[in-house]
Design a protein. Structure first.
Length: 176
């Protein structure tokens, strides 16, 4: 079993949902994936112990997810960086890190996206459907941007991003 980037997208969406009921079809619609892709992602997440299931209920295993994001994600899902492009800001250029860190004169990292309104340097999203899913869900956008700061940021960005991610994961635990 090999963890795939879409597995993380599904897990992070589940974090934003907290205790809310969901179906494979609703997640697929929210994330721009097929229901079978979502189902396979959930199965891999449970098999890797990044999620736990109890009957039909599946919830992210927050402590394992935090540990994986803090110590593994930047080695497993390395972002591709590219040239100047139009897109959606991510990592330190997106909320909530944008408010936490001093502004830089460097071009911001962006997910290449035709609907994006910011010019910056290309930074590949965790999964190809992430920009569209993030446009639909601001909470998911924030979590994905924080994960990108861990995937491709410097030590200070990673540290602040992990602190903010921990708060979101704890809030998710409180809902479960």
């Amino acid at each position: 079993m090999v963890l795939k980037p879409q597995d993380m997208l599904v897990l992070l969406k589940l974090v934003t949902l907290g205790r809310a009921r969901w179906s494979y079809n609703s997640l697929a619609n929210d994330l721009g994936m097929s229901p079978s892709e979502v189902h396979a992602a959930v199965k891999r997440a449970v098999a890797s112990r990044l999620a736990a299931s109890s009957g039909e209920i599946v919830v992210p295993a927050s402590s394992a997810l935090k540990e994986f994001i803090a110590h593994g994600i930047r080695y497993v899902f390395v972002p591709d960086r590219g040239a100047l492009t139009r897109g959606m800001p991510t990592a330190h250029a997106a909320p909530p890190l944008r408010a936490e860190l001093a502004h830089s004169t460097e071009l911001p990292p962006v997910w290449p996206d035709a609907e994006g309104e910011v010019r910056g340097l290309a930074f590949s999203p965790l999964y190809k459907a992430a920009p569209a899913a993030a446009r639909k869900d601001p909470k998911l956008y924030e979590i994905l941007a924080l994960v990108d700061a861990v995937r491709g940021g410097g030590a200070r960005e990673r540290s602040v991003a992990l602190r903010l991610l921990e708060k979101r994961l704890q809030a998710s635990d409180a809902d479960v």
